[in-house]
Design a protein around this ligand. Structure first.
Ligand code: MG
Length: 386
């Protein structure tokens, strides 16, 4: 009987093997600095691209970020070391179609290395699509939709009018779904939500996000005050270790709760489900280990009756396309999540033709793999290791 992790199982394929793993660390400025609870203001995003080279000349691209917040301690240096020193020996010499074997071996080689795994998994999908000449969503079963709507993510601004002006600009572009950051000052939070509801009206969807920055008492008091404003969900108010606290909160307020930071692995999600600690789940390409593992989370969440909020840390078109392709092959409902937030926030992209946007919608690109081509000049300019 064949054993799991048996390389001989995956030799029968299309005759393309990976020859080299290339890591490309980038520092991409944000158009305006972004502030969340539980962390300093951020002037830039650190992005790690992974390029997998093959003996047939085809190259696959994946992306992760060193965003650093609760649940993520990665830096570009640690991502590079993990991928080059520990992952590359499990990748080089294999077929891109050995994705399940490779991902199992990466997980076994470094515990909880999801941020590093994400870029590899996605580069393997891109390669598979390019080898077969099909877009990634066809590898996932086919095409259900060709575009996905996102939400507007409103950062914490020093003045309320700045937040409202930002929201109005998004509204004028067609956005009807808004996530406003909370958790820095409860009094300001309530005023911000009320002002947004009054300015934008009853037809827009408003969610709040504390980025795990509150304690139980503060979160309960704030959510009670926010109950009259018809919020669709309140995202990760408590620290990621306090799933019991989330479950307790869920029983005391009428606002649905969303799990984000506390769901990295499928085991984390099962824990949240068993505790009934949230009814909405947010995924992110980097946080959850790339498309391969994200897809499993969507299946588990849907089976548990949870709503799915497709997210991302601020990312380039590459990681944004990963969510788009998964969504394209997903026939169930999806909320308008912040999966494309990077397209608005980042000052530069890394591809020759960034994803096409039309108000809140981001369109699925045509072409093999992700359907995207790296812009070599731009990458040289954004590299932060030279
Ligand atoms: Mg979040």
């Amino acid at each position: 009987m064949n054993k799991p992790h048996e390389p001989a199982l995956v030799r029968a394929d299309v005759g393309v093997n990976i020859t080299r793993v290339e890591t490309i660390p980038l520092r991409i400025p944000l158009r305006t600095p972004f502030k969340i609870a539980n962390g300093p203001e951020r002037p830039a995003v650190e992005v790690m691209l992974v390029r997998l080279h093959t003996d047939q000349g085809l190259v696959g691209i994946g992306e992760t970020q060193a965003w650093r917040r609760q649940g993520s301690s990665e830096t570009l240096i640690t991502l590079d070391a993990t991928i080059q020193r520990h992952f590359a020996p499990h990748i080089v010499g294999h077929s891109p179609f050995a994705l399940p074997l490779i991902m199992e071996n990466l997980a076994a080689s470094i515990y909880h290395s999801l941020y590093a795994q994400a870029a590899v998994a996605d580069a393997l999908y891109d390669l598979q699509g390019k080898i077969l000449g099909v877009p990634v969503h066809l590898l996932l079963g086919g095409s259900y939709r060709d575009k996905l709507a996102g939400c507007a993510a409103l950062s914490i601004k020093p003045e309320r009018e700045q937040t409202l002006t930002g929201a109005q600009e998004y509204y004028d572009q067609g956005f009807r779904s808004f996530t406003v950051k909370i958790g820095v000052n409860p009094r300001d939070d309530e005023h911000n939500v009320r002002a947004l509801r009054e300015r934008l009206g009853d037809d827009v969807v408003i969610r709040v996000d504390a980025n795990a920055g509150m304690d139980y008492d503060g979160a309960l008091a704030l959510l009670k005050k926010l109950e009259p404003y018809d919020l669709d969900a309140a995202e990760q108010l408590l620290p990621l270790w306090d799933v019991d606290g989330m479950a307790e909160l869920a029983r005391h307020v009428s606002i649905p709760l969303m799990a984000d930071e506390c769901v990295a692995t499928d085991h984390d999600l099962i824990h949240v489900i068993k505790k009934r600690a949230a009814t909405v789940m947010q995924t992110k390409v980097a946080k959850n280990g790339g498309l391969w593992r994200m897809h499993k989370l969507w299946c588990i969440a849907a089976a548990a009756g949870m709503r799915i909020f497709p997210g991302n840390h601020p990312a380039t078109s590459i990681a944004t396309a990963s969510v788009l392709h998964l969504a394209a092959a997903w026939a169930g409902p999806l909320l308008e999540g912040p999966f494309a937030v990077g397209l608005s926030l980042l000052d530069a992209d890394v591809v020759t033709e960034p994803l096409r946007r039309d108000g809140p919608f981001v369109h699925l690109p045509a072409g093999a793999g992700w359907g995207l081509t790296l812009d070599e000049d731009r990458i040289r300019h954004l590299r932060c290791d030279s």
